[in-house]
Design a binder for this molecule. Sequence first.
Ligand SMILES: [Ca+2]
Ligand SMILES: [Ca+2]
Ligand SMILES: [Ca+2]
Length: 252
Amino acid sequence: MKAPLRGYYIYWAGFLPLYTLAFPAFCSAQFTRTQTSVVQVVYFNDFNANPGTIFPEWSSPGYTYWGDSITGRGTQPVTNVSSPNLVQRFLGEFGGPALVQPGNKANIRVEDTVRLSLDSLPPHKSLTIEFDLYILKSWDGNSPLYGPDRFALSVEGGPVLIDKTFSNNPKTDSDGSLQDFPSPGCAPQLGAYEVGTLGYNSFFKDSMYHLKFTFAHTADSVRLNFSSSLFEGKGTDDESWGLDNVRVTSIN
Ligand SMILES: [Ca+2]
Ligand SMILES: [Ca+2]
Ligand SMILES: [Ca+2]
């Protein structure tokens, strides 16, 4: 393991006082406190607990699929796993079930959502969510043949923080597999802070992104929906994703 087993925790991060300098007559500097921001980490989890751990704050409304004259839905377990090379544990793998036999071409879209629910938040004016997103195996980005393959994060009853295509498919000429993260028409895996470190598929590999968003929020509870919309229907052995180092900070 790269990181110690820490589990998740909730704690005060302390106070961040903001001051302005005032220079009255005699030019004697004087500090005047005009505002105090309270910054508090209200949630963190590195998911380094034993694989198969249930984290009660995480749940799923399940997956849905449609295409090739079939539609359906099912339940999505939410737990943590180890990467194949055992260097990391994370929440995953998500993306939906295999709906075709291995090796067959399918034209099925699968949408899968996992949800973080936090209650009893301290008084605040905004929240920051940051996390590592692991894009695993053969995501195809904008491909008209095998995509689009999208990842999204939204606040229930609030804004969509990200909804972008991601790609691990280097065959951009034949498959049109560019990605829209961080901006439209980018090369596969652009912006990833690491590629191929988790030991997945040797051709498509895996890519790790650090994402961070701040949004206005005042209620004492929040629901954050992390979701994928993947095209092919071959299941998590073919295209999947995971989350790690999820941190939520409140700012008052
Ligand atoms: Ca981890
Ligand atoms: Ca694929
Ligand atoms: Ca795909």
